[in-house]
Design a binder for this molecule. Structure first.
Ligand code: PLP
Length: 377
């Protein structure tokens, strides 16, 4: 099998499974209990937090560990709500775990803005962002890397706008598709909250985090025993946190970035000429090398996805969370025509694939497309 749906989830590192065993069967003590064993476990958690903060380049702040980035995003947004004459700003390209919270806020009577995306490259339109920011802005929530197109938002420019127009606003970044992939240094930005998820970086499912610069500015989603500074009550997922730390330790994001850039180039240059002539188009937004989109003119993306699976190639159809629904609001927002949208698939790489796999995948994709094209025409 050649797996090209890594934006949806990734294969876990074997080393994480070893860590799971250690912290579930041996060091299984509750970090909040009083025994020396428990204190030792809580020390491990503190080290994991410190390590992840350092890898994010954060000089202050904390990591709140959550169950998934969906929860991190909800905590970031709902935890920032305040009563008063405030406004909340989102990009039009957000993942449903942000977009649907924003829509709910609108129904609840909050003043919400959705900032359109650049039609050519798919990142948030900075001029339009500037127009909606004001002293009333309480929260800006914009993702780092689009899970649909791979478009990369300019976090330095967004930080600058925030500092110029609304320095007291909270800047939240959904970093799920950028974490440990596109190098980031939180210290050089004005980011207050940053979400990430374990299963997108070869860690386990069920563990994620939210970087919080100033915990006093955030409110919890639910009350309980007061763990994690009262911002996320409930016994910590010790094994998950330690596995997440292990995954981060194993990743060299700079080295991986170079490798994935060359894999993507190889992929793009390995399609058969006949397939390109028949209408296979590369729809690249020049963003993250981890994600690319293909358009199969005249054939539905879903048809390609199933046909490819029978040939051992797994691809995706936009966000895993929205792929069961018709259309694609992010691709629509950047002005892609409907017939292109329904004919598109999302390809997402990981840094541990071989060149052979990528080349073979491009050839299989070409052949499957040519075969279906022949049958439908
Ligand atoms: N944000 C983005 C950009 C994503 O791509 C995803 C998952 O696809 C999420 C949030 C949600 O992550 P999780 O599956 O950990 O809830």
């Amino acid at each position: 099998m050649i797996y090209l749906d890594n934006a949806s989830t990734t294969k876990m590192f074997n080393e994480c499974a070893d860590v799971h065993k250690t912290f579930s069967c041996n060091e299984y003590f509750n970090p909040s209990a009083m025994s020396a064993k428990s204190v030792e476990v809580s020390r491990h958690l503190a080290e994991a937090e410190k390590y992840i903060l350092s890898r994010l380049g954060a000089k202050e702040g904390n990591i709140i560990f959550t169950g998934c980035a969906t929860e991190s995003n909800n905590l970031a947004i709902r935890g920032s709500l305040r009563t008063g004459d405030y406004e909340y700003v989102f990009s039009a390209g957000e993942h449903p775990s942000v977009e649907n919270v924003a829509k709910r806020l609108q129904l609840e009577g909050y003043k919400v803005h959705f900032v359109p995306l650049d039609k050519e490259y798919g990142y948030v339109d900075l001029e339009k962002l500037k127009e909606v920011l004001s002293e009333k802005t309480r929260l800006i929530s914009i993702m780092h890397v689009s899970n649909e197109t791979g478009a990369i938002n300019d976090l330095a420019a967004i930080s600058k706008l925030k500092m110029q127009i609304c320095p007291n606003a909270i800047l939240h970044v959904d970093g799920v598709q950028g974490f440990m992939k596109i190098p980031i240094n939180l210290r050089s930005t004005a980011i207050d909250l940053y979400s990430f998820s374990g299963h997108k970086i070869h860690g386990p499912k069920g563990i994620a985090g939210l970087y919080v610069k100033n915990k006093a500015a955030l409110k919890p989603l639910f009350e309980g025993g007061g763990q994690q500074f009262g911002l996320r009550s409930g016994t910590e997922n010790v094994s998950g946190i330690m596995q997440l730390k292990k995954a981060v330790e194993l990743i060299d994001e700079n080295k991986n970035l170079e490798k994935v850039k060359s894999l993507k180039l190889l992929f793009h240059t390995s399609f058969l000429k006949d397939a390109l002539d028949a209408g296979l188009k590369i729809n690249d937004f020049e963003g993250s090398p981890y994600i690319t989109n293909l358009v199969f003119t005249g054939v539905k993306g879903e048809t390609m996805l199933h046909a490819l699976e029978t040939e051992g190639v797994i691809v995706g159809l936009g966000s895993a969370c929205s792929s069961k629904k018709a259309g694609n609001r992010v691709l629509e927002n950047i002005g892609m025509r409907r017939e292109c949208i329904i004919s598109s698939v999302r390809i997402s790489f990981n840094a541990y694939m071989s060149e052979d796999e990528v080349k073979t995948a491009a050839e299989i994709i070409s052949k499957v497309y040519l075969d279906i094209k022949k049958r439908v025409s």
